[in-house]
Design a protein around this ligand. Sequence first.
Ligand code: ASP
Ligand code: MG
Length: 317
Amino acid sequence: MQSEVLEGVSAVDRMLDRLSRPLLPGVLRIQQGIVRATHEFMFKKGLTQVMPLMLSPITDPLNHGVVDASIAYADTRWSLTKSMIFHKQLALMHPELESIYIMSPNVRLEFADRAETGRHLFEFTQIDFEFKNKDRFFVMEFMEDLVNFVFARLNAELPELLLELRGELLPLYEKWPVYRTEKLEAALGPDYEMLQSKLSDTPFWLLNHKREFYDKEDQLKPGTYFNYDLVWPLGFGEGLSGAERENEYKQILKRMTETGTNKEIFKDYLEVAKQGKLPRTAGAGFGVERMTRFICKINDIDDVTVFPRKPGHASIF
Ligand code: ASP
Ligand code: MG
């Protein structure tokens, strides 16, 4: 879909070319179908929608470095939100909210080394959901059901478009295979996630990533975590991350120390935890553009978006 970059063609001309990519309207209609079906699924399952926030004094520390994206306003340092993880936990303190979801823009100013992975944008949309008093098994099954619901809906609503973009209708899956990072790494080496994605023709779960302090640690096996990634097959790679959450003050402090998290920034969040008010929750978030990319079999995720958002690259709009 990408137009050729020709010598002497101005940035404006290249942009106009990009805005006229022939497949774009169809890709956007598929993406709209994903969002429409997801809202319906969430409603049927009883999740309450919460609106996103773009600025917060605390946001997801992420498990890898990105360029800082924060601004000063009203005597506060506000970060552009990288995910809604903490707001999901805090919103669920309400005694009458059992489960919520948020469709949110996330800004993660990735370095240029992620420009050509095919699946990174420095600004994208995540559908982030969280349940009170549920565990990882519940969330994983919920996501498997969501994918089948969305895929069946797209097959019914947009069959011609699917045939045009991907050559066939979408498959519906039985239970997804489950792997553990340490075992897959031992079998396939350091690039295990992508290798297994290329070897697979169904989505699969990858358990136990070393990640942020908020993913719950297994108390029976310290150093392992109750988290999970959905990995899309056929080389499309990661599509969702989630976990059971740490909600106990002492354990959060320990995990913050281990992960080198700045406790001063999180002091008010820590105060809530210290008061024992953080509920026990589990959840996850999936990338909308990544699901669109997988469904439409698009190599470069930058071809899912109208405007370019390639890590480390300038854009005029
Ligand atoms: N939203 C994810 C979660 O719920 C974290 C992420 O954005 O990577 O764990
Ligand atoms: Mg992730």
